[in-house]
Ligand binder design. Structure first.
Ligand code: MRU
Length: 316
């Protein structure tokens, strides 16, 4: 089967990922020949985005199976991959699927990983089309982080919806939050939107309130890393603030996610594990090296501030 997306591909039998830490300056593909390399790439955000890390981890485990690694060792590696990042539940769902087929032999393991890739492409297409219906001609659309082809195996979640609306002929303008501290908006979403030819304007995260008050934003649309049973949504840090702002300014707040992002075992947002990352990401070489930093990678938008959650097959 062909694996060939914006962020992950297989060339001459070798799994490769686009190193997203180098974008937009350089498009460098990195070969992944074992699961330890994939874990390192996931943890340094060379490979990122909730659906993509699940797909990438599954394909990395398939590489190990193709290398004739035994069942016990595969199980161990699957658990290591599963723990590479704590918040996006897509990773856990993908690895649980892989763990269930470990006893069925190499071909079954590879087929399962390819199915996870293929299904994500289809989930993206379906949720993007469904969510695009909520975007209207002339809308100013504010989005956060990167939720496009770089975050999934397909067209993306929220950015996929923006793309589908644009390609259906709706003239929209996208406002891109830069997304501190690692600038997924400035580096990745702006790069994707430029490639797609969709009009956009970059703002610093702390400009969103002012922009909403100006009346230029009619929609806020974001992705998700984990959706709790009660509808609370964990997503890139800053999403909670946007949900408060959207509520205050009476702007619809839409979350677009595949059902692989739902976590029925998690009763509410307060039970979602939130990854805390290195303070150096916030200091960014600018603050005093000794300053104490709090750096949660995600926050939780509470259900009461969310207008709708668009999945591939329904709207909540
Ligand atoms: O830390 P990242 O860059 O992996 O965070 C990604 C996000 O928060 C996205 O918004 C999320 O994964 C949903 S979009 C596919």
């Amino acid at each position: 089967m062909t694996i060939d997306s914006l962020a992950i591909r297989r060339r001459d039998g070798v799994l490769e990922v686009l190193d997203q830490t180098l974008l937009p300056g350089e498009e460098r593909w990195v070969a992944v020949r074992d699961s330890a390399t994939m874990i390192m790439l996931i943890q340094r955000l060379s490979v990122r985005g909730a659906p993509l890390i699940g797909v990438a981890a599954a394909l990395a485990l398939a590489v190990e199976a193709e290398n004739n690694v035994g069942k016990g060792a595969l199980r161990h590696k699957a658990h290591e991959l599963r723990n590479a990042r704590p918040t996006a539940v897509n990773l856990m769902h993908a690895m649980d699927r892989m763990i269930r087929v470990l006893g069925q032999g190499k071909a079954a393991i590879v087929a399962e990983a390819e199915a996870i890739y293929d299904e994500d492409v289809n989930l993206c297409r379906d949720m993007a089309e469904r969510a695009a219906a909520f975007l209207n001609e002339g809308d100013g659309v504010l989005t956060h982080c990167n939720t496009g082809g770089l975050a999934t195996a397909g067209v993306g979640t929220a950015l996929g919806a923006i793309r589908a609306a644009w390609e259906s002929g709706k003239k929209i303008h996208v406002y891109v939050d830069e997304t501190r501290p690692l600038l997924q908006g400035a580096r990745l979403t702006a790069w994707e939107l430029a490639k797609l030819g969709i009009p956009h304007t970059l703002i610093c995260d702390n400009m969103a309130a002012n922009l909403m008050r100006s009346g230029k934003v009619n929609q806020v649309i974001v992705g998700a890393d984990r959706i709790a049973l009660n509808g609370d949504v964990a997503n890139k840090v800053g999403t909670y603030g946007l949900s408060v702002l959207a509520h205050h300014h009476k702007v619809p707040f839409t979350v677009v996610a595949p059902s692989t992002t739902l976590d029925p075992d998690c009763p509410s947002g307060s039970e979602i594990p939130i990854e805390e990352r290195n303070g150096e990401e916030v200091r960014a070489g600018k603050a005093p090296a000794s300053v104490n930093v709090w750096n949660p990678a995600f926050d939780v938008a509470p259900r009461e501030l969310i207008t709708r959650i668009v999945l591939e097959d329904r709207v909540l």
